[in-house]
Design a protein around this ligand. Structure first.
Ligand code: SF4
Length: 406
């Protein structure tokens, strides 16, 4: 049985369009400055910020940007001073200490990928599904990414070593029915890496579903070459689902729609998950158009995520209250399949809950009286969360600190 090594699109000499474009990406702050993707004022700020988090933007995605600082495409791709996490007022530090045993709620392992590693490169959080961390490489390094720490300082935690042990683990755990390929972006791997992986997974009888989480339809639609589509079309022993990550209607371009249309023809199931991001899509009309357009293009908008507690993403947060108001508005304007679930991944790997359900997320107003943060540029609230299947500790309420820039 052949072993699967780390994907390395940068080492290939192929002239396929997507790889060429990948190689031509803007991949440093200096690149952004040299190619005038940022103004001279932004350049000064970015130089002071340094390169705490990786930068990569494909020419395709850069072409979608408008030359204004509040362009929703730019905000998702260009580094921002907001990536310096704020110093929280003492009152919030105290509450965070109480809830998370640390002075701020953000954490590199925001949803417990590392905490639930079964073997290197495989997270086994839920009984019947497992996550394979296939690649740490992305066509665009999204500024809001919840795996931002893993893709930067803590890269070795999820992506080091061969996948062999992970495949062996999956093969010996018959309770796993679904394998989720994630990253980074799993489709940054070459076709041959993906083919070999499909072959190995297809030989494991109990794996019935393979789900690929990829942002390539958004950031590099040329990735969906006829060869890759043929690979998806093959008669594997699992059903195949692609979960894309469109966050804004401007990302659903002609090229993206063509890629989605070609994907549909392979028979693959198409879902989308979006993140609710302040300044990018925290607006009723924007979300309505996004979900409606996805649905019209054969993609079910499955999840709308409330942002995870990830370092370097504070500036993207909106309050749960605001998110709930937006969601309530959407309800009356979208048909059932076009309306995603508004969910929160509970920090530390406790799973997902629907924020739209008041019985699952109860606001505890009294713990954060307005007087505590009335002079702060940071707002806050505490929620008591009741996941439908609480994993551990049993029967103990889970508190969640909701903070956001005002
Ligand atoms: S493509 Fe996905 S994994 Fe990569 S930076 Fe964007 S959100 Fe994160």
């Amino acid at each position: 049985m052949s072993s699967i090594s780390n994907p390395s699109p940068l080492s290939t000499s192929s002239l396929e369009e997507w790889r060429q474009e990948f190689l031509n990406s803007y991949s440093s702050v200096a690149d952004l400055i040299k190619n005038r993707l940022v103004s001279s004022q932004e350049a000064v700020q970015l130089n002071s910020l340094g390169e705490r988090f990786k930068v990569r933007i494909t020419p395709y995605y850069a072409n979608l940007m408008e030359p204004r600082v509040d362009c929703p495409i730019r905000l998702q791709a260009i580094p921002h001073l907001g990536e310096e996490d704020p110093v929280l007022p003492q009152s919030f530090q105290d509450i965070s200490q109480r809830i998370y045993q640390r002075s701020s709620p953000w954490h590199g392992d925001a949803i417990g990928d590392v905490k639930n590693l079964a073997v290197p490169r495989l997270t086994h959080r839920y009984e019947n599904r497992a996550i394979l961390h296939l690649s740490s490489i992305c066509a665009v390094y999204c500024r809001f990414c919840f795996r931002k720490s893993h893709l930067n300082d803590d890269e070795k935690t999820l992506y080091e070593g061969s996948l062999d042990e992970a495949i062996e683990y999956i093969g010996s755990h018959t309770e796993i029915r679904e394998l989720i390929l994630t990253g980074g972006d799993p489709l940054s791997s070459t076709d041959s890496v993906i083919r070999r992986l499909f072959e190995r997974v297809s030989s494991i009888e109990h794996i019935r579903m393979l789900r690929i989480h990829s942002r390539m339809a958004v950031t590099l639609p040329s990735r969906f070459t006829p060869a890759l589509l043929d690979l998806f079309r093959k008669d594997w022993n699992f059903s195949l689902t692609l979960v894309s990550h469109f966050n804004h209607p401007q990302e659903i371009t002609y090229e993206a729609r063509t890629a989605l249309k070609n994907l549909r023809k392979t028979g693959i199931t198409l879902l989308n998950q979006s993140v609710l991001l302040k300044g990018v899509n925290s607006d009723f009309e924007c979300l309505k158009t996004l979900f409606q357009t996805l649905y019209e293009n054969g993609v079910i908008p499955f999840y709308l995520h409330h942002p995870d507690w990830t370092p370097g993403t504070f500036h993207f947060r909106i309050s749960i209250d605001e998110g709930r108001k937006l969601y309530a508005q959407l309800k009356g304007h979208l048909s059932g399949p076009a309306l995603p679930h508004y969910i929160l991944d509970i920090p530390q790997g406790y799973g997902k809950i629907a924020l739209s359900d008041p019985s699952l997320a109860k606001k505890i107003q009294s713990l954060v009286p307005d007087s505590l943060h009335s002079n702060s540029k940071i707002g806050g609230a505490i929620y008591e969360l009741t996941p439908p299947t609480i994993r551990k500790p049993q029967n103990q309420p889970i508190l969640y600190l909701d903070l956001y820039p005002c």
